[in-house]
Design a protein around this ligand. Sequence first.
Ligand code: ADP
Ligand code: ZN
Length: 433
Amino acid sequence: MEKPYFNPKIETADIDYLDKLKLRRLKQTLKRVYEKVPHYRKKFEEVGVSPEKLKTLDEIRYFSFTTKEDLFVDYPFGVLSVPLENVVRVHTSSGTTGKPKAIFFSYKDIWAQAELIARSLVMSGAGPGDILQNSMTYGLFTGALVMHYGAELAGLLVIPAGPGNTERQIDLMRTFGTTCVHMTPSYALYVSQVLQEKGIDPRKDLKLKRAYLGAEPYTEETRRKIETLLGVSVFNCYGLSEMGGPGVGFECPVKKGFHIWEDAFLVEIVNPETGEPVKPGEIGELVLTTLRRESMPLIRYRTRDLTRLIPEPCPCGRTHLRVDRILGRADDMFIIRGVNIFPQQIEAVLMRFPEVGQNYQILLEGYDELKVKVELNRDMFDGRIERLLALKQELEDKIRAEIQVRPKVELLEPGSLPVSEGKAKRVIDKRTL
Ligand code: ADP
Ligand code: ZN
């Protein structure tokens, strides 16, 4: 397994030690928000809890959840727990509608998160000598800047490329000998398509070794496809602005779920309907409590992301728990003809087909119709119509078998669908019902 560690004492701490640390930090965090954030005090009083009553980690379940809506109380400074003069940075989430969530960082918060990233990168085998092309969006989005600081802390050379302008991205890779990239999986697929079209073989012409892909859900099938096309080892990285951005969960070389850094986050997985804990290993909503954040701690934050605990200890030697890749976002689920569907179920089927190219889109239209638009590899358009018809039929059958609803599949040439540089928009709902 990969060694060394960035912070071996914490990364391999025994469970007892970690539990004690978590409890101590949890109490401090609860006390901090109770004393400094009137909104939290009110919430705690409403359900009759107070920080000094908490004796064990499990008792966190008596405290109220925090949801997105809580972040809009006395917006934008309502849940700050330090004076404004101690805050040195603000990020906002990419939020699709309305006001963006505002997330604040103290100087300590910035470096605490950077340290989590540094641990994660070293865990993946990266370090001094590696050249990281950071192709996430720089700016209000946490993705790029937070990764940037962490990578520098771990001693990597960072190219602050930002997203888009794919030709320029490829030039940068060639000029500097980029060894690692950080981008969304949908953009990685697109980059691989452009490389193909330009006749560049990443294995021969580039020095890429690792791709850190996150910010949106993707399937194991997509990971494999990107690994093959780019000749890299893909590491899934998970984070959300509310928890300080990337660095919350990161895969180790075992690549069976991500480790969540437990000295920084308390993990719960709950039934999204009842809010009660699920059994270990069952799928539920990830709920996180920050244990180290100073300026804006959040208690039992409902991420809306679905996953499950991986109960077995990890052979890599790190003791921090693992959760499965995000199986879907509660917000992305759609219902068609009475069936609940996640876009990833369709993606998994598509990406198993070698004929399928790099982009797809799901359309809900008409009364309650499902259409899947999918780009194929260029060599599929050689005039052999019967081959396309057979593939269309097979895709429809396989998707039907997976989700119980028969879609209408539309096959497209590469480059037909809109490309996203940031998070991909996979589902478009134009239904008239
Ligand atoms: P927004 O909710 O507006 O997209 P963020 O930019 O903070 O705000 O994105 C965080 C969300 O992105 C997570 O809650 C999760 O749904 C998704 N996400 C981030 N990384 C991953 C990943 N590796 N796998 C799946 N989903 C991810
Ligand atoms: Zn591990």
